[in-house]
Structures are given as C-alpha cells and as structure tokens.
Design a protein around this ligand. Sequence first.
Ligand SMILES: [Zn+2]
Ligand SMILES: [Zn+2]
Length: 361
Amino acid sequence: MFAFLPLSTTDPAYLNQMRMTVLASGSKGNSAVIASNRTRVLVDAGLSCRELLRRLAAVGEDPARLSAILITHEHQDHVAGLAVLARRLRIPVFFTEPTHRAWVRMLTPRTTMTYAQWLDKLAAEREAKAAASADVPTYDAARMEAIASLSAEAAMLDPTLNRSGDPDAELPMEAGEEPCEAEENRPAAKADPTYLPAVEYFHSGTNFTIGDIDVCPFTIPHDAADPCGFVFSSAGIRMAIATDLGYMPPNVKSALRNVDVLLIESNHDLEMLKDGPYPWSVKQRVLSRVGHLSNLAAAEFLERDYDGGAHTIILGHLSESNNAPELARICAEQAIGDRMTLLGNRILLAHQQIPMEAVEL
Ligand SMILES: [Zn+2]
Ligand SMILES: [Zn+2]
C-alpha cells in the first residue's frame, strides 16, 4: 500500500555495533527496532501486528530474532498491536507495573449500566449488607455513591479523546486488533485479550539488561500511568528514545547526555496547533506539561542543554495536523547551528507512514 524509502543494502546480520530502525513514529502508531550484535528488541508496538510484520520485513529485520518488546506507555499509538504480536512471536513484554495495569484495564471490557440499573444494584448490595449487619447506609448515601461512580465513568468516556486518552488525538486509529494469525484462536487469547506469553516488570531509573543491550529507562512527563523513555547501550554505543513528553525536565536532560543516536519528539508547531482543527480542550492537553514537545521546545533543548555529541538526531512523533516536516527540520537545524558536521549532528525525520532507513553505528 505504501512506498518504502530506499533501504541500506547492508545485510542486518553484519552489524557494526548498534542499529536503530524506526518503523513508525506519530500519533497513528509508534515502533522502533534496537539491535546490537547479539540482541534485538522492539520498542512499542503501536501498529497492527500485520503492519508491524510487514514493516519489519521491509527493513530486513527478521521478527523471529526479536527477543522482547518494551513499552514506553499504554497509549494506543504505542500498544495497538502488542498482544497479537507478542503472542505470535512468543516473546516477553517489558512494562513498568503501573503501565501494565493500565493496559490491562484498557483492554478489559467494562459492563455499562443505566443510572436506574446502578441504583438497583446498590439497593441489592445494601440489602445484602443489611442481612449481614445492622449498619445499613441511608438511601441518600447510596445515591451519592452512585452519582460519584457515574461521574467517574463519564470522565473516562470523554468523546474528544481517542481510546488511549492520548492528547495528540489524530483520529481515527488505522491500527486495530486485527487477527494476525492462528495464535488468536488459542483458547488463552480468546478468553483473555490481555494474555501475554510473559511479562517482565522494570522501574524507571533502574537499569536492566536484555542479552548484550543495557537498558536505562527514565521517567517522562506525559499523561499516562507511568510513561518512560529509554537509553539503550551496547559495546560503548548509546541510543535514546524520548517522545511523548510535555517538557524536558532535568532527569530527561541528564539521561540524554553522551548519546550517539537520539530520537526526540518534535510534535507540533505552536502556531499551527493554535490555529489548527483540534478542540480547545485537546489543544490545552497537547500544550500542557504532560502533553507533547513542540518544535520550539525541542529546539530549546538542542540549543541550550544538549551536549552536541550525537552522530544522528531523529525528530519524531511529528503531528500530521499541527506540524510540517520542514518546519520541524528548520527549527532543529537552527538550534544545532554550526555543530552540524559530516560526522556529527545529522538531523533526520521519522515518518508515520513508512519506516526509516536504519541508523547504524
Ligand atoms: Zn504517542
Ligand atoms: Zn502518548
């Protein structure tokens, strides 16, 4: 369906030291492969399983050689194909515990009931309690409880949000939970949409290792349960992913020191967002401290805080409604200024619709 960028003819089996291949970046889906000499992992799985497999094939990555999937946060554009892909490949998924819980909640169907049904349920519960104890709540107390619960339900069903609650809501999501293969017919998958072959928990700020890749997860400010970015290192090469963050706090700035490849968010142009099609409430959320990084905020980081040592900077999670690739590029190039050389600070753009050429060091 899509045309792919010309790809390196280098056989991925013969690596230098490390490779980052962005399969997709943006509010309709995010995923990237990080590969070292011996280990390959997928960061986020925000396209359908079928599309992820198609893009992996297009960039010459063998899905059978993936060791794990790591998840930054539970927004749909980062997890759309997760369960199906993990079951298909039978590989573990690394989450923080709050992110895993939030993902499970998102996929667990909630029974909806009318206000009258809710009151009936409460009345039945009250009768059951009365049978067990003399301490019976009054009708008013039960009613207040019902109203509070319904308000909470309504807040979760805000029609201006996509299913994930991501503030950069470019609807509709193309990626879905399409059945990818026979794995979906396995009883465990049918009975439980949150079934995964294995789940591993990590904590932001605590490093861990997968094969010969050291993983350093760091907290990012974003409106999800426990969102994080990652620095991956192997054989002295360091590659970082930092998208979906409302601003650049000190812990993120320090995590991004001494990286060789940096995927950083450059989500929106402030003027385009202000004049753009989003409802006011969504604009406020994108702009908030737990929203998304603007071109200007990314440029400010690159100009003031970034140490200038990367080989390649990839601008990612560009909004299709509120940004233009050339605007993002110009902003970053101006911020880097004369630090851009043949060997350093090359600026590339990640795409939504096509995978990028691998960045190898
Ligand atoms: Zn996102
Ligand atoms: Zn997000």
